[in-house]
Design a protein around this ligand. Sequence first.
Ligand code: HEM
Length: 430
Amino acid sequence: MSADDGAGRGLSRRRLLGAAGLGALAAGTAGAGAGYAMADTSPPPVVVDPDALPIRFEGVHQAGIVTPSQDRLYFVALDLTTEDRNSLIALLKQWTVAARQMTQGNDVGEMGAVGGSPYSPPEDTGEALGLPPSGLTITIGFGRGMFVDDKGKARFGLDGLLPDRLTDMPSFSGDRLDDALSGGDIAIQACANDPQVAVHAVRNLVRIAFGRASVRYSQMGFGRTSSTSSAQVTARNLFGFKDGTNNIKVEEKKAVDDFVWVHQEDGPAWLVGGSYLVTRKIDMRIETWDRESLTGQQAIMGRTKGSGGPMSGGDEFAAIDFDATNEDGEPAIDLKSHVRLAHPDFNNGAKLLRRGYNFVDGSNGLGQLSAGLFFISYQRDPAQFVQIQRSLAGLNNDLLNEYIVHVGSGLFACPPGVGPTGYWGEKLFA
Ligand code: HEM
């Protein structure tokens, strides 16, 4: 919670920031006074750093789903090493308290990184001291493995509470999934505009879980590949294309309600207001892609590389005309292009809220970058993802498949948001 201000008082990261901000404001005012004694004496406009304003942690829904995508991701999947129900409940309670503190720009714990006993390890690891909240959101999801073991036997007394839709993901043509990069009993998605803040969040939650859960895999991501608000400019993926143009946006209230949140009639009751999270680690063969012509790249995507407009014409947000033809009389949007095969018109109306990130995990020893897309989507029912991925998968389908391979997969049920005193997943244990 606190950083020592030298007088033994705790200073939260926000207070440190506030003090710095006031200092800057004072300096600015003094400067104006010195240089322009006779000029306008009104104070200069205060520029508020958006990263200084925390994203609300409490709410009907968890933050980090329809809240605007931040620039950085640190995602972790954990396996529970305890079998004790009370110990899991205690973990979820402690995590919620810590997540609430960190998203508001504070240290973990009562005494934080430097306010505690010099003879004990600090409660907070400290690398976010002095940094603003940076838009941090922390979102939790529960995997099938939290409810049942390999033999289908209930864990943690959660008999009857496993959502029917939290099944094992079906396999898709072309999948090359690595078990070590897939699954997990619990997922935590930390997103922030500063990678240090996202890493700090995951590191501290993993630390709190010591003896109860261990890391199965984790993934850092950058350059959000989806915009989740119309106010955001569409970012680009590592193939150089705008990604997120035809995504569900938070402003589309009906689409968000219809396609993202679990409803009462969907059940189970504890998940109403929550959402299903699908993750796919997708390796992208960027060296091969880079040898593809611009014409070829655009045909594969079905969109232009520059503006992101559809190949049928118009600007980025123009409706795609799948019946349009080019000067040779061929379909302007290739029948096997990514946007056509992923579009709701060819998927029984299914839509997703995409929230993925680019990654580069170093290089592979052959002089190639280990790069790709950590695909994330939120949906009311995993069947929405399955429908679209079935349409895309396989070398005879999406032209993109020559350049990508799915190597990791995860499916998690994300509970609804928490109130001021609640904890993640509390309705499960009520
Ligand atoms: C590395 C893999 C992928 C890349 C590089 C990629 C890239 C793109 C790009 C550039 C667009 C067009 C811009 C937009 O509307 O966002 C797009 C659209 C879309 N993608 Fe992907 N994508 C990938 C994987 C996936 C997967 C696995 C799914 C879901 C199973 C998916 C679902 C969609 C959907 C639903 C759209 C919007 C289609 C529309 O309605 O126009 N993508 N993607």
